[in-house]
Design a protein around this ligand. Sequence first.
Ligand SMILES: [Zn+2]
Length: 325
Amino acid sequence: MGTFLLFFSSTFAVRDAHAKEPDVYQERMKLYKKVETITQIPWYYLAAIDQYERSIRQVRRDLPKAESVIAIYISPEKWAGLTNPNPTDQNPATIQLFNGLGVDGDGDGKADSNNDEDVLYTFAHYLLSYGLDHDNLKIGLWNYYHRDKTVGIIAGKAKVYRHFGRLNLDDQAFPMPIRANHSYRSTWGDARGWGGRRIHEGTDIFAGYGVPVRATKYGIVEMKGWNKFGGWRIGIRDINNTYHYFAHLNGFAKDLSVGQVVEPGMVIGSVGSSGYGPPGTSGKFPPHLHYGMYKDNGITEWSFDPYPHLAMWERQERIKIRKRR
Ligand SMILES: [Zn+2]
């Protein structure tokens, strides 16, 4: 009875949390569509920029926490203009005089960096000065961020949002069908491993040859190919800037290509033991999936332990299956 109650209350809490989500997504989408109407910049680019900034602000200590519906952060110097004696200037005319980016989006006569509509419109207004097609938008993004990787990540997100036509892309899947016989334990940071790096940057999930390997998140295939240590491997960037690395595969799913949009549970390849030699080398260690997770914060990227996530995703899937019965 005790376990039943615990189970019941925890699923109830999950459902409650989900009930709150659509509101903020709806509110966000409304703002993206509104600014799209004014600027003609497609909503999925605005969503991609906003989500990129939300993700970096979650892991950056030098940026204020994102507390509004829109997470784009424009520094006071950029907003008001570098030489503006008033860094909190809200007057569109003087901001323009000092070459600040801030403009009034909601029509109240103020360019307020704490107003969601003003912030989103300001970014769109800036991009618009470069032009509307994909290449021009990318040039505008490069001139804002000065980082190729950031431009690539944002373009990838835009493609994902466009593909699904919605903002709620929070699901996840365990990288193998959970009914498949598999085992893994926390080995992140160990000296040994077949991941091809000096310390073990991932979790090894042992399973038989040919067991399907699945995308864990909504995202885009950023890398696919051979590496001496990782063997046949795939890298997927999700919408939270996290890079998911799948190594030692037996092979890739048919037609899987770089730039392709994936969703959780989609088969991308199968378990193997490839690596540690020229392309095609395999069998130098027992078959397993090396699964790595890397976080990009807009400046640098680092590895973190995927084990707690894997354990949680597996647990969530088992609960889902139990509920379906
Ligand atoms: Zn490994």
